[in-house]
Design a protein around this ligand. Sequence first.
Ligand code: URA
Length: 189
Amino acid sequence: MNEWEDLKARCLTCKRCGLADTRLNVVFGEGPTDAEVLCIGEGPGEQEDLTGHPFVGRGGKLLDDMLEIIDLSREKNVYIANMVKCRPPQNRDPMNIEQQACSQWLEEQIRLLHPKIIICLGRIAAMTYIREDFKISREHGQWFEKDGILRIALFHPAAILRDPRRRPETFDDLKVIQAKIKEVCDHTY
Ligand code: URA
């Protein structure tokens, strides 16, 4: 078993918090394990809990469409993971204690992947993986560097579905990401 398989096997049987009692599936994350770009979402919703795959509902379709604009796909060259691996009942926000219990899984995924670029999907991911007082409306589409990894935030796909006025700005942000990928990533995109 390689390190990824070992990590996934341990994560799929995790009982570190109470969400283990109500989940249908652990949503570990997916994509090539040599991807240079990592997308981080918040946590699974109903469809993700049912299928075990991240971002598969309406928001997931939009995310795939957004990534396709800049030649990224979870089949080829981007890894998609969530901060919390199990769906909280009724899609409530995960409690601090649940987030803390879960954070080690994503930390391990980042360590194994060592991505060049992290794309935070929405404010919650940006507050953890960029800066605690991150302001998504002001700072989306801007680059930050932490621990040698370039980081940027996009509006969460669910937020774009709620307010389509965010689409043009998101398109501009995607182009910013595409330019940076061409500059710093080794794979040809
Ligand atoms: N929203 C997220 O943040 N992650 C998912 O996997 C699905 C919806």
